[in-house]
Design a protein around this ligand. Structure first.
Ligand code: ADP
Ligand code: MG
Length: 466
């Protein structure tokens, strides 16, 4: 029985919702409208070309899977993109685009049944050409790792940086950097066999090889590689058999003067679940870390990103974003993308107002916490002062107190850094925020009417937070 496009898409949506975060769902899937379901093609309407590209880049697999499950494998997805011509008399018109995930699905399936060495051992894992040195912004946070990586890329297997181990927290650019090394090596010499693989994929390949009696092929494949890039080796923790085979491959490659590049989310000494002899080999070459990007680097990253997308945004927005998002580069990119998407959705230019709204909705969604603007509003209403007074230079006692309480709650309820909290209170520095938090704690312990006010406010803020 055939369902109509609305039902079909709604079913897809509930699946999608189970698979991605709330923010992603709200931003990318809520605005989509189903248009028709005909000839096994589901047509969905998206608000802009950018939307279509973003979906194709980030959600193509998910969409394919959901479609397979909800409608059947022979169904396809087509996008109808609304193009706003800007003219008053012109209705926006649409162009139809095919979902790229629908192409070549058959052959992939056949391939899986008749596994060739290439498929099994992951020749399908290509380097992402978008990850280059050129667009890897340099800063204090990554200088050593970047220059070591560059040296390795110029002379793989020859420098003393073998293996090169890059470690650092999530979203700090490990994958980007090591793929940039791979791309750079291939730029210099197309014939080099550069193989990038995540540790998870490596472990799965190995598991398949055992199951299919092909360990020989597996070892042979890896022994022929000139440059092995293996991402997120912390995944090997506790997997003894996989570590064993990796140990042999490592030794073989290293002895033959081939380059090994690895990443990990922590320094080798903290990789508890790895065999000691493997960890000690990791330390043979160079270990370099990636740190959280500092303010200047964040500014440079935002500018680079905007430039490459051909988008212009005012300096005050760039500064605001750089102040507010200081966790990691991936999060920073996520915010930029949501901002561009929001601008395209409401057909407005990117300005500070829109940036604030976007950021607040994200902070809110991610942590179900209250945003700093809400805290300022609530506190100023409570003390019957204006929000401007909270931010300006007034040293009046009641206002200083309200300001300190608002800073205190901002520290408690948002994940903004001290520096960016200060920024939101009229550009004060982080030591002012530290002082405010201390002052509130002291007063809370010693002054009962102060304590009542803070408790009251906390209640109001919590109501919003749940
Ligand atoms: P990790 O592997 O450490 O989790 P990624 O390499 O996936 O992090 O980086 C996350 C995102 O941030 C990627 O889109 C990457 O291009 C970007 N990125 C990270 N560091 C930089 C940098 N220094 N310059 C430009 N982009 C960066
Ligand atoms: Mg990574």
């Amino acid at each position: 029985m055939q369902v109509d496009h609305n039902t079909a898409w709604n079913n897809c949506l509930s699946r999608i919702r189970e698979n991605i975060g709330e923010q992603g769902f709200e931003t990318w899937f809520k605005p989509i409208k189903p248009v028709k379901l005909e000839n096994k093609i589901l047509t969905i309407q998206v608000p802009s070309q950018f939307f279509y590209e973003y979906l194709e880049e980030h959600y193509v697999e998910l969409l394919r899977n959901v479609l397979d499950n909800e409608l059947g494998k022979d169904f396809r997805l087509e996008y109808s993109v609304v193009i706003d011509t800007g003219g008053r008399d012109h209705q926006p018109y649409t162009i139809n685009l095919q979902n790229s995930g629908s192409k070549g699905e058959k052959s992939r399936e056949n391939g899986r049944r008749d596994i060739s060495a290439m498929d099994l051992f992951g020749y399908d894992v290509r380097l992402n050409p978008a990850y280059t040195f050129e667009n890897f912004v340099e800063g204090d946070c990554n200088r050593l790792a970047r220059s070591a990586g560059y040296a390795v890329a110029q002379r793989p297997g020859v420098t003393s940086f073998n293996p090169l181990m890059v470690y650092g927290g999530v979203g700090l650019g490990k994958t980007h950097l090591v793929q940039a090394i791979g791309n750079e090596i291939l730029n210099g010499n197309k014939d080099k066999i550069v193989h990038y693989v995540s540790s998870e994929k490596f472990a799965n390949q190995f598991f398949d090889a055992i199951k299919n009696n092909r360990i020989q092929d597996f070892s042979q494949f890896y022994s022929k590689i000139d440059v092995l890039i293996i991402d997120d080796v912390q995944f090997f923790e506790g997997k003894e058999k996989t570590q064993e085979i990796f140990f042999h491959i490592f030794n073989h490659l290293h002895q033959s003067g081939n380059q090994i590049i690895m990443t990990s989310d922590r320094p080798p000494k903290d990789l508890d679940g790895l065999m000691e002899r493997l960890v000690s080999r990791f330390k043979w070459g160079l270990t370099a870390d990636l740190q959280q990007p500092d303010y200047e680097t964040r500014i440079a990253i935002i500018k680079r990103k905007m430039q490459s997308d051909g988008i212009n945004i005012p300096d005050n927005v760039i500064e605001y974003l750089a102040y507010s998002v200081d966790t990691n580069v991936r999060e920073l990119e996520g915010v930029i993308i949501s901002l561009i998407a929001n601008a395209s959705l409401v057909k407005k230019d990117i300005d500070l107002e829109l940036a604030k709204q976007t950021l607040q909705s994200i902070v809110h969604d991610i942590d179900s916490e209250v945003g700093i603007d809400y805290i300022q509003k609530t506190v100023s209403e409570f003390f019957k002062i204006s929000i401007d007074q909270l931010k300006d230079k007034t040293r009046k006692k009641e206002i200083v107190m309200a300001r300190q309480i608002a800073m205190y709650f901002s520290k408690e309820y948002t994940n903004l850094s001290l520096k960016s909290i200060g920024y939101h209170f009229g550009g004060r520095d982080h030591s002012t925020v530290i002082h405010a938090v201390q002052a509130v704690n002291d007063m809370y312990d010693t002054n009962s009417s102060f304590r009542r006010s803070v408790d009251e406010l906390r209640k109001k803020l919590k109501l919003k937070a749940v």
